[in-house]
Ligand binder design. Sequence first.
Ligand code: IMP
Length: 502
Amino acid sequence: MAEYFKEPSRTFNEYLLIPGYSSSECRVENVSLKTPIVKYKKGEKPALTMNIPLVSAVMQAVSDDRMAVALAKEGGISFIYGSQSIEDQAKMIAKAKSFKAGFVPSDANIRPDQTLQDILDLKERTGHSTTAVTEDGTSEGKMVGLVTSRDYRISRLDRATKVSEFMTPFDKLITAKEGITLHDANDVLWDNKLNALPIVDDEQRFKYFVFRKDYEQHKKNVNELLDDGKQYIVGAGINTRDYEERVPALLEAGADIICMDSSEGYSEWQGRTLKWIRENYGDTVKCGAGNVVDRDGFMYLAKAGADFVKIGIGGGSICITREQKGIGRGQASAVQDVAKARDDYFKETGVYIPICSDGGIVYDYHMTLALAMGADFLMLGRYFARFDESPSAKLMVNGNYVKEYWGEGSNRARNWQRYDLGGDKKLSFEEGVDSYVPYAGSLSTNVRQSLQKVKSTMCNCGCTSIKELQQNSKMTLVSATSIVEGGAHDVIKKDVSSNSSR
Ligand code: IMP
């Protein structure tokens, strides 16, 4: 006979945290959000720890090299999407790994024979007012000058004027050689009252800018997640089909951690992939598995050798899997069940396997709930898609700025490897939609604000670490009427765009 779960399938919206005793030590500045991302043995330290419990989804609309750098600066990890060719994914990883904090490569340079109009067009397109002039106009060409907005007055200068006539020529510039440390570059900026310092190689080829404002900003990134060589930690998604070619290429490009990306991971395919990784790399390559929604799924992947296990089927904002196939589970129930399995597995074996709640985070407080229910970290798609750093287009729709956000199972992404269980190698029907999400600005501002709320709630619960929150929090189910009570009610609101997150 079929097995029936006793409890209904619950979502984060159905829970609230009950405050615990907050001592005077429970202050936001004392809260640590450090969390393990890969399995470790009792008494040992995990090989990789994040400074914040957030990773970005393995999706075309979310995680590319730019997102990877932005999130690592804040202390989390991006899993660069795998629904692209192996070469393209490896290039994105290499690009994110080659990023040197504070050293900005140019995305657009100009030739000396181009015009003021070209400079203005470039500024409009890139938003940058400092442009390197290189012999051939390429981003690493031989540097011959620099143009900043102080070099021309639009009202006085004919737009056909050649760049060479108003640029500051190379011999009048203060530059530095590749290899200079960020600290020393900053001294040059201050000693010479500069805003931007061009860095060139031995052949005078342009390499980077160091900006005074970036250095100040950089010093504020206290959580950045760096490897031993001071490069940002970067993750990558893989599938259970072409891993024998993809995994070596991603590792070669510098990926620090990989994750199988599948809508349903309790499968022989994931077991085979993990086996291949262990046979070829032992424990040196860290690989997450999933997604699962119950104890059985977790235990299978734990025994198969997963370094972390991802939870969630059907709860993603762009996901229509539950409607299409009738599989899945409310995200809160799934996290609770898998967290219990993770703890039991730890008791039995002495091996702690971190779990990740993937999808369905709508409000910031859902983050705290997921952690309190036992998640070690969270994967988010919609949340990150809204930021400047996501790869998708920013558009104006009905007078509002939005960004595009589409599911990996939508016709647009056609990521059949994520959905196909040994079938016909094509996406037979959609499991995701193509959508817009409200544009929200920079990742840094938003992540800091969200995590400030998480920390504040943790203090209310008397906890200063994620472990304490998992062990000590108290939660209650809410009734439909108490949800109404929880929002502003029985008043005439003045401003619809108020602070309320609902
Ligand atoms: P969100 O944070 O609620 O937007 O959910 C993001 C998560 O949804 C991802 O990390 C995936 O696990 C999942 N996902 C991505 N694309 C699809 C899709 O097309 N259908 C179903 N789930 C998806």
